[in-house]
Ligand binder design. Structure first.
Ligand code: FAD
Length: 479
């Protein structure tokens, strides 16, 4: 690392932003601001080999989020420096041209990021550069919650019980009021030159309901705590009702942190503005996010390998036609197709439906969960390595505290239970608009009552549920 310390930036500090695109409750930024030294705010579109590149939907979100972050920084008299490349080389270059003597960041917990950050930290220290990292994205870091034998938990309920005991003093730092700018900013690339927003075609029109950025995240939380939380426990499983917070992409990009969510929700309950039981249920979902981070940290190979190794011998079937039908929402099962179409159009899918479509791919089509995970990675706005891998392995039965493999979701029964009037299905599958409620989740049983437009796809699903179920059980028994 070539560092030239003498220039006119007087001991500047670099804050390397990653999944912490906010000003409030950002310990690395707060530390830099409190020092009174000039601060260089840097975002690197990282090309380090081994670090998983973001999917297309995530890049859409990143584009808007970086724009908002820069606007917020400009209000503090600073700005965001953007660079694309291998993180270690970019940092080297920015350090040597800026004369900065310190680099700060907030930690990430997947193996590729940890390996990269550890190597960078060693290089920086060898070059005499001060370097510190902080926790911005978790209530508890993975190594702080252990069982009586000082081992990580593999089961959620005891994990969350233990995790909560650490949460008696949750503190949220406000955004800094000012952020001293350097005399000279290092070279920055333009956001537009990164071309993160899709063109030709622009497939992102259905993403317009989202407001990426810190202000949008806080507004989502406020809106959720002011009403939908009242029915969260019961309604969160109904895809036709907007009863969940939709904070997932904001949490993933760190536009809001879990400490902020925790405190706001607890305060709402204490003030009597939100029912305490609903708040607890909601926070336990945030707890699953924590649990998945902990599992990924302690079992770093799970993005490619089963948490339960016996599943690595599962007899997956490769079937491009089935996979394509699944991605396009053309399986002939309305609840599956509606979910996949919702995902394609909006970059989001309701949690209950995520479970149904994942189960369908894995168990009805016998396609490897990693193929589904990769599709979600590319199309979800909230694509998040610990949560995506953790949930796919949960559905596959191969993960930590997973749903048993033999619990195979029946897409008809799931549809009838969670979307009884077909409101959700009709929203995403216009061909089914005229189909009566009693047939909406099994339209092929009375093909003569189907509108002509629905007959090609909904006259016969791509696999028969009972037969597929039997084949899935056979595959499982072969393990
Ligand atoms: P809410 O119900 O309002 O929950 C609040 C927060 O808790 C969420 O924003 C999220 O951060 C967390 N949370 C909720 N449910 C879960 C869960 N099951 N596991 C972990 N954290 C949870 N979530 C992601 O954030 N990124 C992913 O890539 C992702 N992939 C998934 C893949 C599959 C196959 C399945 C079944 C689920 C996946 N989830 C993923 C979990 C869950 O579906 C989403 O977090 C949730 O739907 C987001 O909606 P919300 O913000 O309205 O959630």
């Amino acid at each position: 690392m070539q560092v030239q310390k003498n220039n006119d930036n007087g001991e500047a500090i670099i804050v390397w932003f990653r999944n912490d695109l906010r000003l409030a409750d950002n310990p690395a930024l707060r530390h830099a601001a409190d020092s009174g030294r000039p601060v260089i705010c840097l975002y690197i579109l990282d090309e380090t080999p081994g670090v998983r590149p973001m999917g297309a939907a995530s890049l859409w979100w990143l584009d808007k989020s970086l724009k908002r972050l820069n606007e917020h920084l400009e209000k503090l008299g600073n700005k965001l420096v953007l660079r694309k490349g291998v993180a270690a080389q970019v940092l080297d270059d920015v350090l040597s041209h800026s004369g900065a003597t310190c680099v700060l960041w907030n930690r990430l917990y997947d193996k590729a990021s940890i390996d990269r950050d550890t190597a960078i930290k060693t290089q920086l220290k060898d070059a005499g550069i001060d370097c510190q990292s902080f926790n911005a994205s978790l209530l508890n870091e993975p190594w702080t919650v252990q069982n009586g034998s000082r081992q990580p938990y593999k089961v959620f309920t005891p994990y969350w019980r233990a995790a909560r005991e650490h949460l008696t003093h949750v503190v949220v730092e406000p955004a800094p009021k000012s952020l001293k700018a350097p005399e000279h900013f290092p070279r920055s690339e333009s956001l537009a030159s990164w071309k993160l927003h899709p063109t030709k075609p622009d497939w992102s029109k259905g993403f317009d309901d989202w407001t990426p950025g810190e202000a949008g995240a806080l507004e989502r939380l406020d809106d959720f705590l002011s009403a939908p939380i009242d029915g969260y426990g019961e309604q969160r499983d109904i895809p036709g009702v907007e009863a969940t917070s939709r904070l997932a992409p904001h949490l993933h990009f760190g536009e809001i942190g879990p400490r902020q969510v925790w405190l706001a929700a607890r305060n709402a309950a204490e003030a009597g503005d939100a029912p305490a039981g609903e708040v607890e249920k909601f926070l336990s979902e945030v707890g699953w996010r924590e649990f998945n981070h902990s599992i990924l940290f302690h079992w770093p190979e799970i993005p490619t390998k089963s948490f339960r190794p016996e599943f690595d011998d599962f007899p997956w079937k490769s079937n491009a036609a089935f996979f394509e039908a699944w991605t396009k929402g053309q399986t002939g099962y309305p609840i599956v197709d509606a979910g996949m179409r919702e995902l394609w159009v909006t970059g989001f899918m309701h949690n209950r439906v995520r479970m149904i479509v994942a189960s369908f791919l894995i168990k009805h089509l016998l396609i490897d969960w990693r193929e589904g995970e990769a599709w979600f990675w590319d199309t979800l706005l909230d694509a998040d390595l610990p949560n995506n891998v953790g949930n796919w392995q949960w559905v596959a039965g191969s993960g930590a505290d997973a749903s048993p493999y033999f619990r195979i979701f029946n897409p008809i029964a799931q549809g009838e239970k969670f979307d009884p009037k077909g409101a959700y299905v009709r929203q995403w599958i216009p061909e089914l608009k005229g189909v009566p409620d009693d047939l909406i989740h099994k339209p092929w049983t009375r093909p003569e009552r189907l509108p002509a437009a629905a007959r090609p796809l909904y006259g016969r699903p791509i696999v028969d549920h009972a037969q597929a179920r039997e084949k899935a059980m056979e595959a499982y028994r072969s393990l």
